[in-house]
Design a protein around this ligand. Structure first.
Ligand code: ZN
Length: 387
């Protein structure tokens, strides 16, 4: 058992100062002044710290991504300590452009590996392309038969790398994901990679207009990649849609008009978007090509899981978004949208995934996942098997 004493708790809503009692990987009580005999329990004084739910990163190329500049540009796999440093205790892995040299089998194995190493993981079946390639033959079967599969994606739309699915093809994918989700008690979400194409969200809007499938079935990502898509994302979210902003970036993308996540969150809230409809994900281990003025590849960056909380921190410290509101986009919202039970909240019965923050700087001071310390006093205690 572990007793975290006197933390300023954001669940993510602020609940004031209290103690958090952890046993068997779960939170069993949250209240002020919990007393447990010392011999039964490790006690940790958090009187100078904020306790928040462990972060959920819903879009990570955990087996590596990229390869769009040839074989040498394939990006590396995620290592556990990257997640820990970013306070990320739950990851949803996905494939991207490459569904040939990257496989769902490898993705599933990597997710299981990270789980064994100490965090919680899920995966999306499929990759950019349609027809969707799956593990067992169909999206529905993957959802029903493989515990870690919680949806399908990232299916690419409005992008030159997309297989340009028709209305019928895309509607069929969503319908299968919905039925598989209902039958397995999972979200069955369709994670949609949005490109820079001028069609924007039009196919998604048509699906919502012309079928019975609700907007909650879709989580379009990279909504902040250009100002036009971002503005369309605002009206889509105000009409009931969910929108995901990508935190990994390089200065070249921002120079070309990408909306910085922290700024994007603030702008969406000011435009009247319900905060519950917004999520952030890192696009971790995806490739970030950095071109010079002549369009020559200067260097190839890699998306970082650590950018996830950096975006939230920046929204609070620089863009003056309330901490509880900003935290939602990487805790309560993805947990609800992706139906990750026990995740995204600090409450009795929830998984003991807890991040401890310095109050002024919001720097990550400690990370607990499934009741185990992974980072303590800013020191990473647990490494991946081959780190
Ligand atoms: Zn993508």
């Amino acid at each position: 058992m572990l007793l975290i004493k006197n933390a300023d708790i954001y669940a993510p809503a602020p609940v004031g100062r209290g103690d958090i009692l952890v046993a068997g990987g779960r939170i069993v009580r949250i209240e002020p002044g919990i007393r447990i005999p010392e011999s039964y329990c490790e006690s940790f004084d958090a009187a100078r710290l904020i306790a928040v739910p462990g972060f959920i990163d819903g879009h990570v190329h955990m087996t590596g991504g990229g390869g769009e500049g040839g074989y040498a540009t394939r990006t590396p796999e995620l290592v556990l300590s990257d997640a820990i440093r970013g306070g990320v205790t739950t990851i949803v892995g996905c494939l991207g452009t490459d569904g040939v040299t990257r496989s769902l089998r490898a993705l599933l194995a990597k997710a299981r590996g990270l789980d064994e190493e100490g965090i919680s993981t899920f995966i999306y079946t499929g990759y950019y392309a349609v027809p969707v390639r799956t593990l067992t033959g169909s999206i529905e079967q993957d959802l029903l038969l493989i515990d870690k599969v919680i949806g399908v994606g990232e299916i690419a739309l409005s992008d030159h790398r997309s297989t340009q699915p028709t209305f019928d093809e895309f509607a069929r994918i969503a319908a299968e994901a919905r039925r598989g989700g209902i039958l397995s008690g999972k979200a069955g979400v369709v994670n949609v990679h949005m490109g820079d194409g001028r069609r924007g969200l039009s196919l998604l809007r048509r699906i919502l207009d012309e079928t019975e499938i609700p907007a909650t079935q879709f989580l379009p990502t990279h909504i902040n990649r250009n100002p036009t898509l971002f503005q369309e994302g605002i009206s889509y979210a105000k009409a009931g849609g969910l929108v995901d902003l990508t935190t990994s970036t390089v200065s070249a993308f921002l120079d070309k008009g990408e909306v910085q996540c922290s700024q994007g969150l603030r702008a969406m809230l000011e435009a009247g978007v319900d905060a519950a409809h917004i999520t952030f994900t890192s696009d971790g281990q995806g490739s970030l090509p950095d071109f010079d003025e002549q369009g020559r590849l200067r260097r190839l960056g890699v998306g970082r899981v650590t950018s996830l909380f950096a975006g939230v921190r920046d929204a609070v410290l620089e863009k003056h978004v309330a901490l509880a509101t900003a935290l939602q986009v990487i805790t309560a919202n993805p947990a609800r949208i992706l139906k990750l039970r026990g995740k995204g909240h600090l409450a009795a019965g929830a998984d003991a995934d807890i991040v401890l923050l310095e109050p002024e700087t919001l720097e990550i001071q400690g990370v607990i996942a499934k009741g185990r310390w992974l980072m303590k006093d800013r020191e990473v205690l647990v490494k991946g098997t081959f780190e």
